[in-house]
Design a protein around this ligand. Structure first.
Ligand code: CAA
Length: 289
């Protein structure tokens, strides 16, 4: 396999494009329009500049990597890609539309994958032309830094499709874990209840935002506290995944904390809007409560 298609040039899609190009694949990067795809590539270019400045990468390596990323206006150029990964907005109807369109140009041997963090793979595969060649590949943010890919088989996914992902994941230098097509797979099944519990603790006045984060960061040796991490992931995303866990299992232990719902209702989605549990408008994040 020489080329990979990436659909969605946001934070996840751009990260996937970057690590794929670093592994030597030619990458077709698409988004709603060419301008957005090009903006995704420009973001990768900036990230590479930082690596060059820190002497983690030579200018030559960075230029070679960038030259492998081709922003495209539509899916047609992806017809020769051995693997197409969808990393678009986490909304089922958007993803289904993408699979229907891209399915028209998907090569006869090619694999179609979704980076969904919470939508069942078997259900999504129904919008693809061939569910045997459909699979979940769940990356983590920031993609260039995080070493893991969760691999999720749908009911019909073939062994050959899993092999394609294993070869690809190994080329990227990522560790792969295999999860069944169960709500939240592995990481979010464990992570979202932790974040949600931190929100309950905050709402019940157990401790301040800062102290909850410091306690977990230093007491558990996590790189960031749960409320900082929630802001990093996006509070809307955390709420959405928690709701998926609740509705698909019916287990009340997954009910979202009222304070998480409140912040989302306020539009305080976290870092991407500069306000969540912390205010990011200044140089140092300041707790909002
Ligand atoms: N792209 C590339 N490199 C990045 C980066 C990015 N966006 N962000 C940070 N880095 C690199 C830095 O260059 C730095 O590299 P060196 O050590 O080689 O210099 C390294 O990562 C550490 O970065 P910083 O010093 O700037 O900051 P930090 O030490 O605070 O680390 C962090 C930042 C890597 C984000 C760290 O805090 C962390 O690992 N946090 C937890 C992240 C996490 O849990 N992600 C998973 C979220 S869940 C998810 O994604 C799935 C889902 O479905 C919701």
């Amino acid at each position: 396999m020489r080329s990979v298609g990436v659909i969605g040039a946001g934070q996840m899609g751009a990260g996937i494009a970057q690590v794929s190009a670093a592994a030597g694949y030619h990458v077709y990067l698409s988004d709603l329009d060419l301008e957005k795809a090009e903006a995704g590539k420009a973001g990768i270019s900036k990230a590479l500049d930082r690596l060059v400045a820190k002497e983690k990468m030579s200018r030559n390596e960075a230029d070679t990597l960038l030259s492998r990323i081709e922003p495209v206006a539509n899916y047609e150029p992806m017809a020769d890609a051995g693997l197409i990964i969808e990393a678009a907005t986490e909304r089922e109807e958007i993803k289904r539309k993408i699979f229907e369109s891209v399915g028209k140009i998907l090569g006869h041997q090619a694999v179609l994958a979704s980076n969904t963090s919470s939508i069942p793979i078997t259900r999504l595969s129904q919008a693809s032309p061939d569910p045997t060649r459909f699979i979940g590949v769940h990356f983590f943010n920031p993609v260039p830094v995080m070493g893991l890919i969760e691999v999720i088989r749908g009911l019909a996914t073939s062994d050959g499709t899993v092999k394609v992902i294993e070869t690809y994941g190994a080329a990227l230098g990522k560790q792969m874990v295999y999860a069944n097509d169960a709500p939240g797979f592995i990481v979010n099944r464990v992570l979202m209840p932790m974040i949600n519990e931190a929100c309950f603790a905050l709402g019940e006045g157990v401790a301040s935002i800062r102290d909850i984060d410091t306690a977990c960061q230093l007491g558990l040796n996590h790189p960031m506290g749960p409320l900082t991490l929630a802001d990093f992931i996006g509070l809307d995303t955390c709420l959405e995944i928690t709701n998926v866990l609740l509705t698909s299992t019916g287990d009340p232990k997954f009910r979202p904390a009222p304070i998480l719902q409140k912040y989302v209702e306020a539009g305080w989605f976290g870092r991407k809007v500069k306000r969540g549990f912390y205010d990011y408008s200044g140089e140092i994040p300041v707790p909002t409560r």
